[in-house]
Ligand binder design. Structure first.
Ligand code: ARG
Length: 592
């Protein structure tokens, strides 16, 4: 265990019960160890071990009749004492109810004043490559890419916090056949491009012009095709033209990333050009490619094959992804690759992972590969997200509208009267970008979701606005008691967090689940678990705050008594919330 790291309660319990079950049931190989939270009734303890029923079934299969409750009793008798556990109890058909020990939780929470909120210790530090955002040059960066950007960034933040070595890769579409027509059009429209940067303001319009010529003009079409070939063989003038075009898009994308505070390293499809040539030879030599009406295809892992070489000899999206996965595993030596795209690409990635495995690039015993898919973004009319006039929504416009709406909200709550100009601006940005990110992350990514500013700016329910307010309220408790962060740190050395009252104890037990929530997300990469947890913290805190005073004032408003243990509990809550917000990419402000 790393010094100061927070312990996963689930892991402690699973270890304890694994050995207890092994001693209690030596006849069963690999016995099932099922430990879960108990739910809301305090009668059933805090956690439960539910293995007895499954074990009884396994005994039955071996021809032995055993009563589950007796197995439960036996497991309990074989459970080693541990400071985490106050009491065990067999209940009903054989559940073991587990009651946590206050002093253990107390020292766990107290440790964060000393060490900060440290992540649970890692079994192994992994090198992880997260491929996310990945818009296409000269085409619109749309809400789908925004989803990928937000989810991908949050996954990176989580893995970075846990201590992994994370590469944040922007796999931009910068190498498609569309570059032929773009370059040919650039050469006609701005013949001076080599000496003077062309003033392309609107790349989308430029793309449309080029596309129109491509469709209407045979001569132009031929030149466009010839340009692609020259570009892909790195002819210098074409490379320069291509770079100029990419730069225009790059600057637009960067505006979005800056606003949302998202770091990415650009490594587009073009990076893999020579590696694509090599992988084609590699796959052909291995005998993995099949002829199919002039195409070269590869089967593996999915219901559709990959197209590795088109009939005209060109490479495809599939080719670039095969080259990319090989580069990632063999050159970068990553342990884990994660691709964040719309769910529509699920089959594509099944095929990529399947073929990479077949060709000996990916080894499931050594590497982990995940496609993190997500559903489409819908408008409030439940149709594809579009502007009123039916165009795709420009992301910058969307962020601008978020800013405007968030300011309206703050003014509606009369915050402009209490906050100074800078505070108001921070709050405005925190709410605007926070609500857009949080709305996305709090929905199960596998489902489609309805983009609604009204819903995300609601101050009730599981929304960023509600949570950011809750956070500022919690932060204000110590401030109102006239404690500075230094005071808090000092006090935490002599005073203990209070866990006596039923509501304090309930909050304490929620707080110490933080490591388990994170570890669970590393399994399914669903960030909404963290949002649900944050919401649970906020609501449990409210219950505590409603029934436990932290500061008492007399009729004239003077402080007559402060409950330091409770103020410490509030501060610990804020520290954990702060970490959660950080992982979700939200920026809490202390005044709002
Ligand atoms: N550019 C693609 C798109 O817009 C996403 C790329 C995802 N990454 C990858 N390695 N295929 O759909």
């Amino acid at each position: 265990k790393t010094e100061g790291s927070l312990e996963s309660i689930m892991n402690v319990l699973i270890n304890l019960f694994t050995s207890a079950i092994k001693s209690a049931c030596p006849e069963i190989n690999d016995p099932p160890v099922v430990v879960a939270l108990s739910g809301n009734n305090p009668k059933f303890g805090d956690y439960q071990c539910n293995s007895a029923m499954a074990l009884a079934n396994l005994y039955k299969q071996q021809g032995q009749k055993v009563v589950p409750r007796d197995i439960g009793q036996k497991i309990m008798d074989n459970c080693q004492p541990h400071p985490l556990i106050a009491k065990l109890e067999v209940a009903g058909p054989g559940f073991i109810n587990i009651f946590l020990n206050k002093s253990f939780i107390l020292s766990s929470i107290s440790s964060i004043f000393k060490n900060g909120v440290k992540p649970p210790s890692l079994e192994k530090k992994l090198k992880v490559l997260v491929d996310f955002s990945s818009p296409n040059i000269a085409k619109e960066m749309h809400v789908g890419h925004l989803r990928s950007t937000i989810i991908g960034d949050s996954i990176c933040r989580l893995l970075e916090y846990l201590g992994h070595n994370v590469m944040r890769i922007n796999h931009v579409g910068d190498w498609g056949t569309q570059f032929g027509m773009l370059i040919a059009h650039l050469q006609d429209k701005f013949p001076n491009y080599a000496v003077e940067s062309p003033p392309i303001g609107d790349l989308q319009a430029f793309y449309k012009e080029a596309k129109k010529r491509f469709d209407d003009d045979e001569e132009f079409k031929k030149r466009a095709y010839a340009s692609v070939v020259k570009l892909q063989s790195f002819e210098p003038e074409h490379t320069q033209a291509w770079n100029l075009i990419c730069d225009v898009s790059r600057k637009e994308f960067q505006k979005i990333y800056d606003r949302l505070d998202i770091k990415l390293m650009e490594r587009g499809e073009s990076f893999y050009q020579t590696r694509m040539e090599k992988i084609v030879t590699f796959l052909a030599d291995g005998g993995y490619l099949q002829e199919d009406e002039g195409r070269k295809i590869m089967w593996g892992g999915a219901t559709i094959p990959l197209t590795i070489v088109k009939s005209d000899g060109a490479y495809t999206y599939d080719t670039s992804d095969m080259a990319a996965i090989r580069q990632r595993i063999e050159e970068e030596k990553v342990d884990w690759v994660i691709y964040v795209t719309d769910a529509g690409q699920a089959t594509h990635f099944q095929a990529i992972f399947g073929c990479a495995q077949k060709a000996g690039i990916l080894d499931n015993t050594k590497h982990r590969a995940d496609h993190v898919g997500f559903g489409v973004v819908l408008g409030e009319d439940k149709k594809k997200f579009k502007t009123r006039s039916g165009d795709t929504v420009r992301l910058l416009d969307l962020l601008e509208e978020g800013l405007k709406r968030s300011l309206d909200k703050l003014v509606e709550k009369e915050r402009d009267k209490v906050l100074n100009k800078d505070e108001l601006k921070s709050a405005q940005e925190s709410v605007a970008y926070g609500c857009i990110k949080y709305a996305d992350l709090s929905h199960n990514r596998n489902h489609e979701y309805v983009f609604s500013f009204d819903k995300m700016l609601d101050d009730k329910g599981n929304t960023a606005v509600y949570l950011l307010y809750a956070y500022t309220r919690i932060k204000s408790i110590a401030r109102n008691a006239k404690f500075t962060p230094d005071n808090i740190k000092e006090l935490s050395k002599t005073y203990q967090v209070s866990l006596e009252h039923e509501k304090e104890w309930k909050l304490g037990k929620v707080l110490v689940r933080f490591p388990d929530v994170l570890l669970k997300i590393t399994v399914d990469l669903c960030m909404h678990h963290l949002c649900e947890y944050v919401y649970e913290i906020a609501t449990t805190f409210t219950e505590f705050y409603d029934s436990c005073y932290c500061i008492e004032r007399n009729a004239s408003g003077e402080i007559v008594s402060t409950n330091i243990g409770r103020i410490l509990l509030a501060e610990a809550t804020a520290m954990i919330l702060d970490k959660c917000f950080n992982i979700l990419g939200l920026k809490p402000v202390s005044k709002m």
